[in-house]
Design a protein around this ligand. Structure first.
Ligand code: OGA
Ligand code: NI
Length: 357
C-alpha cells in the first residue's frame, strides 16, 4: 500500500525527533513555544471534567490484616486502583527515588543521549514514547526503563546518577508487592502464595517517567488512555499530579491526587485475566503537564518471570466453576508479549484478545 504524503511526512518527523535522542525534554530545552504536530492528539477531549470530589480508595496497611484485605479486594473489584499508605517504606526513600530519576532526565543532553535506545525488553534504555511509531499521536513524556528481573541488569549499565537509588527501590518495592500480592490472593480466596508461585514477583520493569512542562497542554497527553499489560503496577509520583483513572461506574475521570509517601497500586490486564474478571484492569491516562515544573513518576511493573512457552496462563482453576466459567482462554507469555509489542499503548487491551466470545 502506498503511503500518503501526510503519512510519510509524519514518519519523517517521528524519525527526526527520535534521532535527537534527547526526548521531549530536548524539545523543551530548545525553547519551543508550540508543540510539534506529531504530538497533536486528534479529537482530544478533556471535556469530561474530572470529578474533584471523588478519589480512588486508600488502603492503610497499619489496619488489621482482615480489614486491609477487605479494602484491597473491594478496591481491586470496583476501581482497579488504590493508594497504599503506612507501608513502612520511609518517605525519604520515595523522595530519593523520584529525585534520582529527575536527575537522570536532567543530565546534559550529550550524556543522557548515550542511553537512548528502543530495546525496553532487557537491561537499560532511555526513550520517548515506547509506541512512537505505532500510535496515532505521541505523548509529552520521556522514559528511563530498567528491567530488574527475571534477568538482573548489569549494574554498571544503570546511569550512575540514579544507580544506587533505583537498585534500592527495586528491592523495597518487591517487598511491598509481595505483601500486596499475598493480600490480593487472600481477597480472591486462593492460597496467599499463589501469585508468587506463578513467579509474578520475578518479572520487574522500572519506568522512570519524566513529563516536562508542556507549552500547549490542551493538544496532547502526558500518557494516552491505556491499561497496563502486566500483573500489577506500583507507582510513586511527585506533587505535580496529572494521573487520572476512568471510573468503572460512570466513565468519568478521577484524579489520583498525590499523597506524600503513598504508593499507587493498580491491577493489570494479566491479573484481571487470571482472577477471572474478579479484579479489574482499569483505563487510566496522564494529562499533559501544564505547570512550569517537570513531573516525575516511577512505575514498577510486575510480570511472571517464567516465560517458558509451555507455561500456560489463564483464569486460576480455583476461580472457575459451573456458575462462573472461565472468561478467558489460556495463553503463554510469548503470545502476550507479542500482542503487547504489536499494539499502540492506547489500543484495545489484551484482555479483549483472550476473552471467550
Ligand atoms: C504507566 C502509567 C502513570 C504516571 O506508566 O503505565 O500509567 O503517573 N503511568 O506516570
Ligand atoms: Ni499505566
Amino acid at each position: 500500500m502506498a503511503m500518503s504524503s501526510a503519512m510519510t511526512d509524519r514518519v519523517t518527523a517521528l524519525k527526526e525527533f527520535d534521532d535527537t535522542k534527547t526526548g521531549v525534554k530536548g524539545l523543551v530545552d530548545s525553547g519551543i513555544t508550540s508543540i510539534p504536530v506529531i504530538f497533536h492528539h486528534p479529537n482530544i477531549s478533556l471535556s469530561i471534567p474530572s470529578t474533584t470530589y471523588l478519589s480512588i480508595p486508600t488502603v492503610d496497611l497499619s489496619l488489621s490484616r482482615p480489614i486491609a484485605v477487605d479494602l484491597i479486594r473491594s478496591a481491586c473489584r470496583n476501581w482497579g486502583f488504590f493508594q497504599l499508605i503506612n507501608h513502612d517504606i520511609p518517605l525519604s526513600t520515595i523522595e530519593n527515588t523520584i529525585s534520582a530519576v529527575r536527575s537522570f532526565h536532567e543530565l546534559p543532553a550529550t550524556i543522557r543521549s548515550q542511553h537512548y535506545r528502543r530495546t525496553p525488553g532487557a537491561g537499560v534504555s532511555y526513550f520517548s514514547n515506547l509506541d512512537l511509531f505505532l500510535s496515532e499521536a505521541a505523548s509529552w513524556k520521556d522514559t528511563l526503563k530498567i528491567t530488574f528481573g527475571p534477568v538482573p541488569p548489569e549494574v554498571d549499565q544503570i546511569p550512575e546518577v540514579c544507580r544506587s537509588e533505583l537498585v534500592a527501590w527495586d528491592e523495597q518495592v518487591k517487598e511491598v508487592a509481595k505483601q500486596v500480592m499475598g493480600m490480593m490472593c487472600e481477597g480472591l480466596g486462593v492460597k496467599p502464595a499463589r501469585l508468587e508461585d506463578l513467579t509474578c514477583l520475578e518479572g520487574r520493569g522500572l519506568a522512570g517517567q519524566y513529563y516536562p512542562p508542556c507549552p500547549e497542554p490542551d493538544r496532547t497527553f502526558g500518557s494516552a488512555e491505556h491499561t497496563d499489560a502486566v500483573v500489577l503496577t506500583v507507582l510513586i509520583q511527585d506533587k505535580i499530579g496529572g494521573l487520572q483513572v476512568k471510573s468503572l461506574r460512570d466513565e468519568s475521570w478521577i484524579d489520583v491526587k498525590p499523597i506524600p509517601g503513598a504508593l499507587v497500586v493498580n491491577v493489570g490486564d494479566f491479573l484481571q485475566i487470571i482472577s477471572n474478571d474478579e479484579f479489574k484492569s482499569v483505563q487510566h491516562r496522564v494529562i499533559a503537564n501544564s505547570t512550569n515544573e517537570p513531573r516525575v513518576s516511577v512505575a514498577v511493573f510486575f510480570n511472571p518471570g517464567s516465560k517458558e512457552d509451555m507455561n500456560l496462563y489463564g483464569p486460576l482453576y480455583e476461580l472457575i466453576s459451573n456458575e462462573k466459567p472461565a472468561c478467558y482462554r489460556n495463553f503463554n507469555m510469548s503470545e502476550l508479549v507479542n500482542i503487547f509489542l504489536a499494539k499502540a499503548v492506547g489500543c484495545k487491551s489484551i484482555t479483549e484478545h483472550f476473552k471467550h466470545k
